[in-house]
Design a protein around this ligand. Structure first.
Ligand code: ZN
Ligand code: ZN
Length: 280
């Protein structure tokens, strides 16, 4: 018991150290392209287990599980589930809601593999507009927790999205670079969001810690809901670090819990809060 206690303390101290060094690596947005790139790797342990097995591993009851802070992810799956409103009307609505510095204009770039994955999911061909609608849906699901916590609202305005014929490398670092150089964020957008339908090994996403872009993969993400993945990578732009594996961190930045929770731990919350005008 004492040994376990000491182990926990050591782990906590270690995670504190890791957190501190990552926070120190946080840089201002004007140094575009020079930020540390952080990767989200699939937690095979979690993905290959059923929820029941996972709870046993975590020594947690289902009641405790459901009372986790921010538990609100009845998985959107990797399935396109488009809202009926049009992109235009939604973005107009948000423009009226908030035109302050907390409104983050996204530049959304979807690759051809995302389109073919969408077609595979629905069993018929789709248009690029359908793909953009799906992307917007992911963004809207992903940014939900940012508003009540930080009054940050992401928008995908008219003309702020494009298609991308990506090289079939299966390498997410390469794809991130390719997307950014072939389809750079225009001047009137704050953040570049790249989406790929390629299977990229164990990597689900990359983000610039303290930067202004990130990439997510929309295919075969296991139990990782796309909205959670989006939220995780977007949080890096505001300086929140990874908790890897983050066994005791009920935080979207934890490699262990990002699948299930939509909230941030106290430390990540205050990091994002103090950087909430990052794009302002
Ligand atoms: Zn991460
Ligand atoms: Zn955290």
């Amino acid at each position: 018991m004492k040994k376990l206690f000491i182990t926990i303390i050591v782990l906590l101290l270690l995670s504190l150290l890791v957190g501190t060094s990552s926070a120190a690596g946080f840089q201002a947005v004007d140094q575009v392209g020079q930020q540390e790139i952080v990767a989200f790797k699939l937690n095979r342990d979690a993905v290959n287990m059923s929820l029941d097995e996972y709870l046993v591993k975590m020594d947690m009851s289902i009641e405790e599980f459901y009372s986790l802070p921010g538990f609100a992810t009845p998985n959107i799956e990797s399935k396109p589930d488009c809202k009926s409103q049009s992109m235009q009307s939604k973005s107009t609505q948000y423009t009226m809601l908030s035109s302050g510095p907390e409104e983050v204009q996204a530049w959304v770039v979807c690759d051809d593999d995302m389109k073919s994955w969408y077609e595979e999911l629905v069993g018929h061909s789709v248009t690029w507009d359908d793909v953009f609608m799906w992307a917007w849906n992911i963004l809207e699901g992903g940014d939900d927790p940012f508003w009540p916590e930080f009054e940050i609202e992401y928008t995908m305005g008219a003309g702020h999205y494009t298609s991308w014929i990506s090289t079939n490398s299966g390498n997410i670092y390469q794809l991130f670079d390719e997307g950014r150089s072939n389809h750079p964020k225009p001047g009137d957008c704050d953040v570049g969001v790249y989406m790929t339908g390629q299977v990229t090994g164990d990597y689900l996403g990359l983000s610039e810690q303290g930067g202004d872009d990130f990439i997510i993969r929309v295919r075969d993400t296991g139990i990782m809901p796309l909205a959670n993945l989006w939220q995780h990578e977007a949080s890096h732009n505001f300086g929140a670090p990874d908790h890897n594996p983050g066994w005791f961190d009920f935080c979207i930045m934890s490699y262990t819990w990002a699948f299930y929770v939509r909230s941030w731990c106290g430390s990540c919350h205050s990091t994002i809060y103090s950087n909430r005008f990052h794009f302002g």
